[in-house]
Design a protein around this ligand. Structure first.
Ligand SMILES: [Mg+2]
Length: 245
């Protein structure tokens, strides 16, 4: 049984796909559980706003997935943050991928059966969940492209490769937010399911926090993450008598 975290001193950093929502064959295919928006808002409220979603999705995509949910959201692996009050800030210098390179990838790889190229402007994801046999070929081509463009590096994700700005990553988002109220001086807890989350977990540990992995700590089940977070949110509700229930 995992510990309860004191809402007065905890900052939550939560990956989305594979952590809060079940993965789907394509990013557009995910289903957001009806209870998730209110769960996130409750947990954010009991921690005075110290909750951030940290996702590889583009920020606009994240906002569209959780419309009207007033919590801090970091998109593009933390390159850009929308604070709970709606203010947006770029955390790492905005470096769009060269458009000719994007077109080349779309033409060369986007045509392969089952391969999906997702253009997020600053980063680009090539999904091969429906074409696992293409993995090695995709890696070879994308490695060569990353070497050519210099500003972006190749990273691996769940059945996908990503080109993303060098020096970015979820760890940057955690580190930057941890220097900003209301996250500052709290103990970060990062929950993720993927290799790109390890970066965020390392940053959480550096700030004296905790990293939880969906596979190890929640039996691979986003539903288990949600249930546990709901319990954390409930634990943080203070009654009018000042008791935590
Ligand atoms: Mg994930």
């Amino acid at each position: 049984m995992l510990a309860r975290f004191d809402p007065a001193s905890t900052a939550w950093f939560l990956d989305v796909d594979g952590t809060l929502v079940d993965l789907a064959p394509t990013p557009d295919g995910v289903t957001v559980p009806a209870t998730l928006p209110s769960l996130l808002e409750r947990l954010s409220t009991v921690t005075s706003g110290a909750l951030a979603l940290v996702s590889g999705r583009a920020l606009a995509d994240l906002e569209a997935l959780l419309p009207g949910v007033g919590v801090t959201m970091a998109g593009d692996h933390g390159a850009v943050v929308r604070f709970a009050d709606g203010g947006k800030r770029w955390l790492s210098r905005r470096r769009p991928l060269p458009r000719p390179l994007v077109r080349e990838i779309q033409n060369d790889l986007g045509q392969l059966p089952g391969v999906l190229v997702e253009d997020k402007q600053t980063c680009l994801t090539v999904h091969y969940r429906q074409a696992p046999g293409s993995r090695d070929r995709l890696r070879r081509v994308l490695e060569a492209m990353a070497a050519r463009c210099g500003t972006h590096e190749l990273t691996t994700a769940h059945m996908a490769f990503e080109l993303r700005p060098r020096g970015g990553g979820k760890g940057v988002a955690v580190a930057r937010l941890m220097q900003t109220p209301p996250f500052r001086d709290r103990r970060p807890v990062f929950i993720g399911d993927d290799v790109t989350d390890e970066d965020g977990i390392r940053a959480a540990l550096l700030f004296g926090g905790v990293g939880l992995r969906v596979a190890q700590d929640f039996a691979g089940e986003p539903a288990a993450v949600r249930r546990w977070l709901a319990a954390q949110a409930e634990a943080g509700i203070v009654t009018t008598e000042g008791q935590i229930v």
